[in-house]
Design a protein around this ligand. Structure first.
Ligand code: PMP
Length: 444
């Protein structure tokens, strides 16, 4: 391997490539909520990677469970063998799902999970003699993944632009950014009005052509932990039922416990037809994701020749053993309870910072899926000037001070800045203090 001098001075040129040329530190070791780089510098993983490492790094029980599985079998191809860890994980997961969602299809990541939801929905339409239904409505802004299908339903211009036209670009409705509205409606009225945008869009597209509506019950990176008014959720279900449209919940970021309930939608007793899960399911120990569907959808698809879809690494015994051990840790340590308790504490600390820093316009989220949005004026909620690149600067300064946070442009990749603070669910009160001290210095 070549060992050429590099622009960073110390590290050889890399044969890897990512989104940009920017080089990042080498991760050397990780434990609990901390990561050490190759120089031994310790930083707080304040975003759990990308809201992945929900139970913290290097959990001994998970590593032991994985070692035990590795000694038995790491891989058995799903078309040749079933495996016990996959069976067990599917059964355990079903126990966390709304009634009727008991058919689990494993994949290896979030985009694959969303892609699977879209394809199952389409096959369901064909199997139930509704071939004209193909459109999937989603929200703007939103993020649902990087594969072309998942990207087609993503409402985020900057991510789609390099690949336009999409295979088949899908219709969006405005995400319920009720915190931005300046009108005389109550929050509950706004929730219904935002949901009604779905009905308007269905009518505009032609009800017979619409297959599904996909949304994150609690927004992730694209919107910054966006929570809709309570009235939004039941109204969305009502509209989907009225037009025979499937409701897909993308729980890739909000699921697996981070919000204090196993599913983000559990805060409103949501009843979606299909759920995409990933990130916290394997929690960084193995690539793992799942689509969980209502048996009512799966039956006609299997009756009509089967689900024509799958991924080679899907549901391998090692990933599923890791997923089982992660679930054990969530239950053993009551991490849902901790996410609620520590999330409430962190949220009130963020609200305290918002009182002192007038450029924080909104603090939002649930449990440990929390975000703060920057504005230039709290009354109008006008964004900061784009050229300030505030979302990137806050990440850079925090990192210099030893804290990783996660940020994006807020309003569809076009303007606005928010950052997410989403440490692992094992975070202690004392560690919240460490995080807030660094954030305070960063914002100052
Ligand atoms: N959906 C949501 C809501 C996500 O946050 C992400 C990842 N950030 C994805 C889908 C795609 O997941 P992955 O990167 O694992 O493919």
């Amino acid at each position: 391997m070549s060992q050429q001098p590099t622009s960073t001075g110390e590290r050889p040129a890399s044969h890897l490539f990512y989104q940009s040329r920017m080089r990042r530190p080498l991760a050397d070791r990780a434990e609990g909520i901390y990561i050490w780089d190759e120089h031994g510098r310790k930083v707080i993983d304040g975003s759990s990677g990308a809201m992945v490492v929900n139970i913290g790094h290097s959990n001994r029980n998970v590593l032991e469970a994985m070692k035990r599985q590795m000694d038995k079998a790491t891989f058995a191809y799903r078309l040749h063998f079933e495996n016990q860890p996959a069976e067990d994980l599917a059964r355990r997961l079903s126990g966390y799902m709304p009634e009727g969602l008991d058919r689990v299809f494993f994949v290896s990541g979030g985009s694959e999970a969303v892609e699977s939801c879209l394809k199952l929905a389409r096959q369901w339409a064909l199997a139930t003699d509704q071939p004209e239904r193909w459109k999937v409505i989603s929200r703007f802004p939103s993020y649902h993944g990087s594969t072309l299908g998942a990207l087609a339903v993503t409402g985020y211009d900057a991510l789609k632009k390099p690949f336009l036209p999409m295979l088949r670009d899908m219709p969006h409705i405005k995400a319920p950014t009720a915190y931005l509205d300046r009108d005389n409606f109550s929050l509950e009225e706004r929730g219904v009005r935002y949901a009604d945008l779905l009905e308007e869009k269905i009518l505009e597209e032609g009800p017979g052509s619409v297959l599904a509506f996909i949304m994150e019950p609690i927004g992730g990176a694209s919107t910054g932990a966006l929570v809709a008014p309570d009235s939004y959720y039941p109204r969305i279900r009502e509209i989907c039922d009225k037009y025979g449209i499937l409701l897909i919940h993308d729980e890739v970021m909000s699921g697996a416990g981070r919000t204090g309930r196993y599913l983000g939608g559990d805060h409103w007793n949501c009843r979606p037809d299909i759920i995409a899960l990933s990130k916290g399911l394997g929690a960084g120990y193995c690539p793992l994701g799942a689509m969980i569907a209502h048996s009512r959808l799966v039956k006609p698809v299997l009756d009509r020749g089967g689900f024509a879809h799958g991924y080679t690494y899907a549901g391998n015994p090692l990933a599923c053993a890791a997923g089982l051990a992660v679930l054990d840790e969530i239950e053993r340590q009551d991490l849902l309870g901790n996410a609620t308790r520590i999330g409430d504490l962190l949220r009130s600390e963020l609200e305290g910072l918002a009182e002192r820093y007038p450029f924080i316009g909104d603090v939002r989220g649930k449990g440990l899926l929390l975000a703060a949005e920057f504005v230039s004026d709290r009354e109008t909620m006008a964004p900061l000037p784009k050229a300030l690149e505030a979302h990137q600067r806050v990440v850079d300064i925090a990192y210099e001070r030893g804290l990783i946070i996660y940020s994006r442009r807020t309003r569809g990749g076009v303007e606005g800045d928010h950052f997410l603070v989403c440490p692992p669910m094992i975070t202690t009160e004392e560690q919240v203090g460490e995080i807030v001290t660094i954030l305070d210095a960063t914002l100052a």
